[in-house]
Every structure is written in structure tokens, then in C-alpha cells.
Design a protein around this ligand. Structure first.
Ligand code: GLA
Length: 687
């Protein structure tokens, strides 16, 4: 475990790692003879009689699909008894798919260990934070730190890769499926202690960084340190717990990735599929040694908010700063929330195109047909239990045909943006661990800033605070609560190089051990700003704001900013009769050469945030493709390979006006007479 963690700890080093692997193009795969956009389904041949396979595959083909994703939960079928492998059925399933021209994505099955495994090796079962050991019958019930589980899962992955790795139609490998819950058994605890030792070197250093003289938390020895995710604990320990889960999960995935890499085609990618804003590990770290980001986009309540969902896609694009796959999405509805409302007609298509407009090169539906039993019989599927198409089938067929037709144009293009927003897992965790105001949800706070920037600029990338920023005239970090000196130095260099940096409330407060910086906020960026946060306040009622952004309100959180520097300009002040904040600066900015740094110290109401966004975009000279576009229209550009493609999606329920930029050539879709049809999608080629 110690060697495992050395590799994982190295992966956590702050400098962005230079990957030694193939650089993958902005296409579904690096296979030159394969389609540039993948479209298909999760197919589970192991759940069905073999004489049905040909029917299913023929129907998939007729639906316009070019890809099947298989294998990810079929461990019990591939290795029915320990060490006895049966791949004959999978050979035939893959052959039947390939005969029809499908690309194949193979998932390693470690999310669902077979019963013999958990029976023979109960030590591999996950133990929760209260000491409860999991039982067989669900999934993800293994311990992420179990050496034995690592060996057994590596062995099945190697068996699969040995067999299918060089197959010319196997274009990608998905390791495991939606990893997440950590484990608390003795092996995890030992790994935790090894991790901390690796991170801090000496127990003295840990005691210093965690300030353990507080409440006699002082540790004489690593073995005394509890493994905790929640509860009354030192915030340094709780943040390091997240660093630990990041290291272990990254290494868990790499355990299989490293093993299969030499066995698979150089053009085949390796990924793991992730979930939304999942906070279980730092996704930027996880993706350093993976080829491709892929994720599972579901709209649980069936009511899409296009801007918020777009932020998810932008985040996933940011993991590798290149195109990704939407490796799972819903054919209509899910089955795992209290009310599983289906999307309206046309919205499944909107979501497919939205993912593509944000850089997805693969759209796969989960799933083809519901198993006759098992936990997900109620989930949306392309076919019904009788093997005949569900009503959503026609819409998905249309999507498949459209994406296939557009693939040559979209090949080698990726989403264009002049604005970068910084998403920091450390900051999210640090705020969540000590919200100070119950409603300070870091994802909501981020999305509230993303919204006007995205709507007005029509292109925002989400990147890590360690990313290179020079290509972006405007960089916005809504809540960069945790910032290291190295990150602060890079941000300062960005500003001095002419960039426009914007920090939101709670920025620059903590270091990466979750300790307060000794300076007031924004800590190591305070000198650059020429101002500090004099005091912060949790608000139980909105407070007024006025100034160059007009009159508005702030809620949840407000910071009094103080500056003695003449070059710091106050853009807005609070109106808070009788309160601490009255007349105090709320938003300040300072020019630094050709660049600037701006700090807004409160959670602004949507109208004020909108005004601030307009001002920031103006200063950075960022203009949208289509000014004043209707709020229901999502406008995006994919650029690259000498091409510029504009994708317009009408998320509204009625026709919306659209005047394309001059010189734009209408390629295809639902635009006519200057109007976008309700739920319409249209493609234009730009000069
Ligand atoms: C997740 C899983 C899938 C399936 C879907 C259902 O994304 O990866 O196996 O359970 O949820 O929504």
C-alpha cells in the first residue's frame, strides 16, 4: 500500500503533470477510420438470450447507432468461479457487433464483484464510517484500499485487455463505473497514515499545519490519527481526508489503467465515467493520467436548466481541457429520485446537442433495454420490456442520424471560449466543511456566476486553478477559498501579463491544509489587489448595494472591503442602515498594467451579477457571437482544424428569433425565416 500511495501522492503534486501518453484529438477516437462522433447505447448481452442479440444489434443499427458499450457489470459472467474465465459469449457478442460495423467501448467490471469473490474474501467488502460492513447484491460494495481487491480487479481487467485490447473495433476502455464511496476498514486506516506521512514528512509538520495545539489534538504518532470524513474534527484533517480519497481513487483506477495500457491499441483511450459535481475526489487530479474524460448526464427531476447543465459539461471538458464523451445519458427518465419525471418531447435531443456543443464527441444512452429484473426495471430505456421501441426511440434515432451527418464538420473542433472560470475542489470542500451560512452552497454560488457569464459571452471554460490561463482575457474565480502560494503567484503573473482576474467572496482565505492564511483575505493576493476583507458577515436577510452596478441586493454572505490605496476603485458599496456594512465597499477593482484584479465580496442578486458580468466582459473586450440573443437560446462555437461551427439550441417551448452573424452559412437544422423552432437545433458554419 505504501508504494501504491507514493505514486498517488506524486499525482497530487500541485504542478500540472505532463502526460506521457498519446495526445488524443478532438474526435471520438484516435482511430482515423472511425466516425468522429460516437452515438450508441449501453448494451448488456449477458442479460439476454443469445438468440436475441442479432435482433437487438440490427435494431441499433437501424436506429443510426455506431457504438455499443459493454461489459461493465458482467464480472460474474466473465469469471463465474474464481480463476475460471468464460469469454466465449463475449467473443460472440463483440463479433456480432463488429460485423455490423459498431465501435465497441469495454467497461471493466470492478463496480460489481461476483458473489464468490465477496464470499471468499469478505475482507474486500467496504466498511462504512460507522463500522458497518457491506453485503453482496448491490454495487460499489468493495473497499477502495483493499490490496486483494486491487489484485482481483486487475486480473479480470488484464484478462479482458489481453483478449480484446488489440481488436481494431475496440476504441475505448472505461475503468470501473462511477467510483465514489470510501471505506473505513483497517487497510484504509493504514493507507491513511501512510498518506499523511508522505504528505507531511514528519508528525511535527502535520501538527503545525493542522494547528493541533487547539483542543489538545496534538499527535505523538501517525497511528493516533483517526480516519474521519465527517463529525467534530479538525478542518485540516477533514480536508486531507478528501486529498486521501483522491489519492486512493486515482490509484485505484490507475491500478487497472496501468495494467491494461501495454495490452491495448495505442489509439484506444482509457477513461472512467464520472458524475456531476461529485465531491468524492478531485477530478482534475484523477484525470491527469487518463486519456479522456467521460461523464453521465442525468436530469433527475426531468426539468432541465440549460445553463446549469452546461456548467456541468464545461467542468468535465476542463478535466483534460479537451473534448470528452457523454458516456451515459437518459432516454427520457431516471428511476432514482422521488419523482422520476420524463423529459418533454424534444428535450432529449436538446441535451444531446448541448453536450456536443460543449465538446462531447460521444453520446451514449443508458440503456438499450431494461433487464427483466434487478434494481433498475423502471429506468428509461430505448426499448420496452417487450423488445419493441419506446416512444422516445424516434427522437433518439433522429439524434443519431443528425450527429452522424454532422460528424465530418465537427471533427477536430472543440468548444471556443474567452472566459475561464476556476473550479477548485479544495475550495469547495473547505467551504462545505465550514459553511458559516447554511445556504452557502459552493456549486450554487459557482453556477450563479457562471450563468450571466455564459449567457452573455456564449463561451466559458471551467478549469483548475493550476491551469494555464494566458489564452483567456477574463478569468473568474467565484469562491477561491483555498489558494496556495504557488497558485497565487501564477494568478498574479496572469494579471501582470495583462489578464483580468476576478475573485468572489471567501477567496484567498485558507491554505491547502485548510488553515487560515495569516493575512486577511484575499491572503496571498491581497497585495496585488491593494485591499483586504476587513470583516465578513453571514446574512439572514438581504442587504442593499449601490454604485456603478446600480441598486441591488446581496444575500447569504457579505464582506466589508477595506483599502487605503488610491489606485483601488470602489465599484459598489453596501446600504445597510444601522448595520456594520453601511457605506462600506462591496466590490473593488484595481488596474495593474494592461490587466486588472477585481474583488466582489458578496453573493450578488442575479440582476447585479448580470451587470457586473457585462462590465467585466466589456473590460476584457469579449463580444458574443450573437448580441442580445433570446434567453432560451444556447449559442456555442466549436472551433479547430480551420473550421468554426456555431451550434444553436432553442431550449424554449416556442419559436425564438435568431439572426446569425454576418457571413454565417446555415448548414442544417430547425432555423427558418429568422426563427428557431421550439426545442430546435441548428448548425451554422462561421467564417
Ligand atoms: C449511473 C450508472 C448506470 C445506471 C444509471 C442509471 O449513471 O452508471 O449504471 O445505473 O446511473 O441512471
Amino acid at each position: 500500500m505504501r508504494t501504491i500511495l507514493l505514486a498517488a501522492a506524486a499525482a497530487l503534486a500541485l504542478a500540472p503533470a505532463v502526460s506521457a501518453q498519446t495526445v488524443f484529438p478532438n474526435r471520438a477516437t484516435a482511430f482515423a477510420d472511425k466516425p468522429a462522433i460516437a452515438v450508441g447505447v449501453a448494451w448488456y448481452p449477458e442479460q439476454w438470450p443469445e438468440d436475441r442479440w442479432a435482433v437487438d444489434l440490427d435494431m441499433m443499427k437501424a436506429s443510426g447507432f455506431n457504438t455499443v458499450r459493454i461489459g461493465e457489470f458482467a464480472w460474474a459472467r466473465m469469471e463465474p468461479e474464481e480463476g475460471k474465465f468464460d469469454f466465449a459469449w463475449m467473443d460472440r457478442a463483440i463479433a456480432a457487433a463488429v460485423k455490423r460495423g459498431f465501435m465497441v467501448v469495454i467497461g471493466t467490471p470492478s463496480a460489481a464483484p461476483p458473489a464468490w469473490l465477496t464470499q471468499n474474501y469478505p475482507d474486500t467488502l467496504r466498511v462504512d464510517e460507522n463500522g458497518q460492513r457491506a453485503s453482496h447484491g448491490g454495487r460499489r460494495h468493495f473497499s477502495f484500499a483493499s490490496r486483494r481487491y486491487r489484485e482481483l480487479s486487475r486480473r479480470i481487467a488484464v484478462e479482458m485487455a489481453t483478449r480484446y485490447g488489440k481488436h481494431p473495433s475496440v476504441v475505448g476502455w472505461q475503468i470501473d463505473n462511477e467510483v465514489g464511496p470510501p471505506s473505513w476498514e483497517a487497510e484504509s486506516v493504514a493507507a491513511w497514515h501512510a498518506f499523511l506521512k508522505q504528505r507531511y514528512g514528519t508528525i511535527d509538520a502535520l501538527n503545525r499545519r493542522w494547528t493541533t495545539q487547539y483542543w489538545s489534538q496534538f499527535y505523538n504518532d501517525w497511528s493516533q490519527i483517526p480516519l474521519r470524513q465527517t463529525g467534530q474534527q479538525n478542518p485540516g484533517l477533514l480536508l486531507d481526508f478528501r486529498h486521501f480519497t483522491t489519492a486512493v481513487w486515482t490509484d485505484y483506477i490507475q491500478n487497472q489503467a496501468r495494467a491494461i495500457r501495454p495490452l491495448i491499441d495505442r489509439r484506444a483511450w482509457i477513461t472512467t465515467n464520472t458524475m456531476f459535481w461529485n465531491a468524492g475526489f478531485d477530478h482534475f487530479v484523477m484525470h491527469r493520467d487518463l486519456d479522456l474524460a467521460s461523464w453521465d448526464n442525468y436530469i433527475p427531476d426531468g426539468r432541465p436548466d440549460w445553463v446549469a447543465n452546461g456548467a456541468n459539461h464545461a467542468l468535465v471538458r476542463g478535466y483534460k481541457q479537451r473534448n470528452f464523451w457523454l458516456i451515459e445519458t437518459q432516454p427520457g427518465r431516471v428511476d432514482w429520485v422521488p419523482v422520476n419525471r420524463a423529459l418533454d418531447p424534444g428535450q432529449v435531443r436538446e441535451l444531446a446537442w448541448q453536450s456536443v456543443s460543449h465538446g462531447s464527441d460521444g453520446v451514449l444512452y443508458w440503456q438499450w433495454r431494461p433487464a427483466r429484473n434487478g434494481q433498475e426495471t423502471y429506468h428509461g430505456a430505448v426499448l420496452g420490456q417487450d423488445g419493441e421501441p419506446n416512444p422516445i426511440h424516434a427522437e433518439i434515432t433522429q439524434i443519431a442520424k443528425e450527429l452522424t451527418a454532422a460528424a465530418p464538420l465537427l471533427a477536430d473542433t472543440g468548444p471556443a471560449a474567452k472566459v475561464a472560470m476556476l473550479w477548485s475542489y479544495d475550495s469547495r470542500w473547505a467551504i462545505d466543511l465550514q459553511r458559516h451560512h447554511r445556504d452557502f452552497d459552493p456549486v450554487k454560488a459557482f453556477t450563479d456566476v457562471y450563468r450571466p457569464l455564459r449567457v452573455q459571452s456564449q463561451g466559458v471554460h471551467v478549469v483548475s486553478p493550476d491551469a494555464a490561463l494566458a489564452a483567456y482575457p477574463l478569468v473568474v474565480a467565484p469562491n477561491l477559498n483555498v489558494v496556495t502560494q504557488a497558485q497565487a503567484d501564477r494568478l498574479a503573473a496572469y494579471v501582470r501579463g495583462g489578464g483580468h482576474l476576478v475573485l468572489g467572496p471567501r477567496s484567498g482565505m485558507k491554505d491547502d491544509a485548510n488553515a487560515l492564511w495569516p493575512q486577511r483575505q484575499p491572503g496571498p493576493l491581497a497585495d496585488l489587489l491593494g485591499a483586504t476583507v476587513e470583516q465578513y458577515y453571514a446574512l439572514d436577510a438581504p442587504v442593499g448595494i449601490k454604485g456603478e452596478l446600480g441598486e441591488g441586493k446581496v444575500a447569504i454572505w457579505a464582506e466589508e472591503i477595506h483599502s487605503d490605496a488610491a489606485e483601488v476603485r470602489v465599484i459598489a458599496t453596501y446600504t445597510d442602515p444601522g448595520g456594520w456594512l453601511d457605506g462600506k465597499p462591496a466590490v473593488v477593482t484595481r488596474k495593474v498594467g494592461r490587466g486588472s484584479i477585481t474583488y466582489f465580496g458578496a453573493w450578488l442578486d442575479p440582476a447585479t451579477m448580470n451587470t457586473l458580468a457585462a462590465r467585466l466582459l466589456g473590460e476584457a473586450k469579449i463580444a458574443p457571437l450573437i448580441p442580445e440573443a433570446h434567453a432560451d437560446l444556447e449559442i456555442s462555437e466549436r472551433a479547430g482544424g480551420g473550421k468554426r461551427v456555431m451550434i444553436v439550441i432553442n431550449h424554449g417551448t416556442g419559436a425564438r428569433p435568431l439572426t446569425p452573424p454576418s457571413g454565417a452559412r446555415f448548414v442544417s437544422g430547425d432555423w427558418a425565416g429568422g426563427q428557431m423552432k421550439a426545442h430546435g437545433v441548428a448548425l451554422f458554419q462561421l467564417k
